[in-house]
Write a protein that binds this ligand. Structure first.
Ligand code: ATP
Ligand code: MG
Length: 127
């Protein structure tokens, strides 16, 4: 789904919560998934202006869960390891979004090319 305004953040968060519920995640993990989606969508709007969030069910052997892919063609991140550190922000934010998402989710992957864009892929498995 496209993300280009604050209202889209709310919609993405809601859709993620619904899909996570369908995947059988606990109520705590529904909140975790919703929070992760909010942070990733907020980053898209703030830094890349627009992008998209793709939500899907995933399976790996007997594991089932939800995958969130947040992608944009924005400015990219020049130093990804630095951006993953607590407190690093180029916008006067808390700098806790990306590291928080990494801690909250079971799997986390970020690919960013400076000047090209950013894709963050995260997964939460049903416990
Ligand atoms: N989609 C993106 N495109 C370009 N830069 C990004 C993107 N997402 C994050 N960044 C960069 O990574 C930094 C760290 O992101 P993070 O979400 O952790 O913190 P923040 O957005 O600055 O503050 P917070 O999320 O705590 O309000 C950002 O300040 C920004 O420079
Ligand atoms: Mg952020």
């Amino acid at each position: 789904m496209p993300v280009g305004a604050d209202v889209d953040i709310v919609t993405a968060r809601q859709k993620g919560r619904e899909l996570a519920a369908q995947c059988g995640l606990s109520s705590t993990d529904l909140a975790v998934v919703a929070t992760a989606i909010s942070e990733l969508a907020r980053n898209i709007v703030r830094y890349a202006v627009r992008g998209e969030i793709v939500l899907r069910r995933v399976e790996n052997g007997t594991k089932r869960g939800i995958e969130v892919v947040a992608t944009d063609d924005g400015p990219g991140i020049s130093d990804v390891p630095l951006a993953m550190q607590d407190g690093y922000s180029t916008s006067g934010g808390l700098g806790l979004g990306l590291p928080g998402v990494r801690r909250l989710m079971d799997e986390f992957d970020i690919v960013s090319r400076f000047g090209k864009g950013t894709t963050v892929t995260v997964k939460k498995w049903r416990r």
